[in-house]
Design a protein around this ligand. Structure first.
Ligand code: FES
Ligand SMILES: [Fe+2]
Length: 426
């Protein structure tokens, strides 16, 4: 990758191509459960901007520039009560729209309050997440009709964690269908009965999968095909959606999974992980596993933080793992394996130093799509992926006869997000 392409992809600030592109979509900001009416404000950095989220007395959510419009004191120390957030320093008070409601240190006749507009981004709450739009107000799109946002809230669990690397560097792993047999291979090999769990067997036996990406307006439908039984192929179909959504096909007919990769700054990202079932509420047992970080996709967190318990400071080691003489042997959870390896590159790896091979072709496509979209915004055009209906796909995996030549035809409508089309055969 050329230096200027690396810099373009790494940009976040307003006025940079990627910064402007990312501000044309909705962004997952915080979890709804982080905010209580008249409770503590929450600091959150998004796209390199320091912000404060709060829930006012009426339950409405505001997302404001962290630094007070007066002289920059942090609104994290503000008083959240009586319908707004008041700066602790001199009492300037803001509502969820950034309107200045009060300036108790100014004589009333100055009416200075009317001339102050604090930066505030509009928010929507949906299925456990506060979403915000940080772009030009007249360009605000509808929310994408991702399945985890359109099913009832009872069907969804969402968690959040802080990842110590660039959002694209982390997201690359979800697009890289080739790594499964390597990075996750030693855990898959330990599955007690691989004949019962057939798909796992195919993942570790065929290390040269065939990728067949299909371009759609909102992103890519990606089929990864592996040799399975003598007369079958094992297909995994997942999606990448603009700008930072991925889906993960999980075997069986249980909940599926997806990520929203949100840039915190150039070297850190917020990872929102969604587990959802397309056609039924999650069970209490499923929810408990997700909450405790026992599933393959939700991290166990240090209590009171969004920092995973297994992290760089402890070599991501599972404390329950048997003693082992090499670090990788002690990293047992799929999610920890993905996080450890993408963080191991450093916060922002210099992409000019990569040597991309044939199995990186889908990753190359996503980067090209992002760069083209960013350039189109700079030229005054709308980016792709603003039509909410273009997100109506879900992940899928299945063993299909080798005679199948067109996977989309064979998969049929199973990847289209109507509840009645949900079927997962492996
Ligand atoms: S700095 Fe916030 S009111 Fe003065
Ligand atoms: Fe992985």
């Amino acid at each position: 990758m050329r230096r200027e392409e690396h810099e373009l992809l790494s940009g976040l600030a307003p006025g940079t191509p990627m910064g402007d592109l990312l501000r044309r979509y909705w962004t997952a900001a915080v979890l709804s459960r982080e905010l209580e009416a008249d409770g503590a404000p929450v600091r959150v950095t998004l796209l390199g901007e320091d912000l404060v989220a709060f829930r006012d007395s009426k339950g409405r959510v505001g997302l404001l520039d962290e630094h007070c419009a007066h002289r920059g004191a942090s609104l994290y120390f503000g008083k959240n009560m009586n319908g707004g957030l008041s700066c602790w320093y001199h009492g300037w008070k803001y509502d969820v729209d950034g309107k200045c409601l009060d300036q108790p240190n100014e004589p009333p006749q100055t009416r200075f309050c009317d001339r102050v507009k604090h930066t505030a981004y509009p928010c929507i709450e949906r299925n456990g997440v506060v979403w915000t739009y940080m772009g030009p107000p007249d360009k605000k799109p509808e929310m994408p009709a991702l399945e985890w946002l359109t099913v009832p809230e009872s069907h969804v669990f969402v968690s959040k964690r802080l990842q110590q690397c660039n959002w694209l560097q982390g997201m690359d792993g979800d697009i890289d269908g080739c790594h499964l047999g390597f990075l996750h291979g030693h855990v898959i090999e330990q599955v007690p009965d691989l004949n019962q769990f057939r798909s796992a067997k195919w993942l570790i036996r065929d290390l040269y999968p065939v990728f067949d990406p299909v371009t759609i307006p909102s992103g890519i439908l990606l089929s990864t095909r592996r040799n399975a039984a003598e007369d079958t192929h094992y297909y995994r179909v997942n999606q990448w959606f603009l700008p930072g959504y991925t889906t993960i096909p999980l075997p069986g007919d249980g909940p599926q999974a997806g990520h929203s990769w949100v840039p915190r700054d150039r070297g850190q990202s917020w990872v929102f992980t969604f587990s959802w079932h397309p056609s039924r509420p999650l069970t209490d047992a499923e929810r408990a596993d997700f909450e405790e970080g026992k599933s393959a996709v939700h991290a166990e967190l240090i209590p009171g933080t969004f920092v995973p318990s297994h992290n760089k400071a402890n070599d991501y080691a599972d404390p329950d793992a048997p003693p082992a003489n090499q670090p990788w042997m002690r990293i047992k959870n799929f999610q920890d394996q993905d996080m450890s390896i993408t963080e191991s590159m450093g916060g922002l790896y210099d992409r000019t130093r990569e040597s991309l091979g044939s199995t990186d072709k889908v990753l190359i496509q996503t980067r090209r799509r992002l760069m083209a979209a960013a350039r189109s915004v700079q030229e005054g055009q709308d980016p792709p992926g603003l039509d909410p209906d273009s997100f109506r796909f879900r992940p899928y995996s299945a063993e299909l006869p080798r005679s199948v030549t067109d996977w989309r035809e064979a998969v049929g409508d199973a990847i289209e997000t109507r509840p009645e089309t949900y079927r997962n055969s492996v």
